[in-house]
Design a protein around this ligand. Sequence first.
Ligand code: ADP
Length: 295
Amino acid sequence: MKILVFGSTNIDHNYQMEHIARPKETVTSRGYEIHPGGKGLNQAIAFAKTGQHVYLAAVVGNDAGMLLDVMEKYDVDTRYLRKINAPNGHAIIQIDENGENSIFLYPGTNNSITHEYVDRVLNGFEKGDFIILQNEINRQDYIIDKAYEKGMVILMNPSPCDDSLKALPLEKVSYFFINEVEGAILTGESDPEKILDRMNELYPESRVILTLGAEGSRFRYKDQYCSQAIFPVKAIDTVGAGDTFMGYFSYGLSQGMSPAECLLLATKASSITVTRKGAADSIPTLEEIKERYPD
Ligand code: ADP
């Protein structure tokens, strides 16, 4: 069984500001950092950190050097990457003294997915292989249709969550990984149990994993339901918690674990992630999880 992440890559330009620039205003930044990002890349790294062999399909630009370096660092298989002569997707992020941010996203190469590219990538995969999707590239509808036709298992974190999502053939998704915000946009409900009920009505053939931050997580598929409380820890940075959760839940699935066992493993893993700063670097390996939570 193979695992393919089909998604976005971004170069994140972070500027430390005294305050976020207002219209007509020029503000001098106090600091600048550049980081690899994009939901597709983050998820590919999260999956790779579980020890799984992960292929990343993405269109990258002529300025993607640091992105390629990080893929190599974390052992992401890049044979399906396509490089074009255009600027990569990137984000301009202003962060003020209170940690508030303002983000400007230029999709760049993330909007350069073509039917021909999708066909070429999916040719390398077959029934039962996992495809991991988010909502940051174009041609998402075509990717879902083609992956479904092939009988691939479609795992989706529908983020960023906006109205464009509803035009997608989401009934073909095998596993949704959503948080409360995404659940509310998809269903119009805010109560977690109502989100699950409505997801079950809207997408009866899909399994739904709902993560609720410090309130733990839930799994729902038709009449099948289970929930998992968090492992209490001193959380210092929850960035990467959702990606860790999805990576380890899917790892569990690929090993034939039950949904309850997958929730438990993913919860252990993300409880470690939230005790560390950063995104990719904070995701634990399987050995670290076993060390921290020996059964
Ligand atoms: P997202 O970042 O996608 O919104 P969540 O915030 O729901 O994801 O977090 C995903 C999972 O990470 C939760 O279901 C939980 O298991 C774990 N988690 C999140 N916050 C904490 C916390 N403060 N302490 C322990 N575990 C946490």
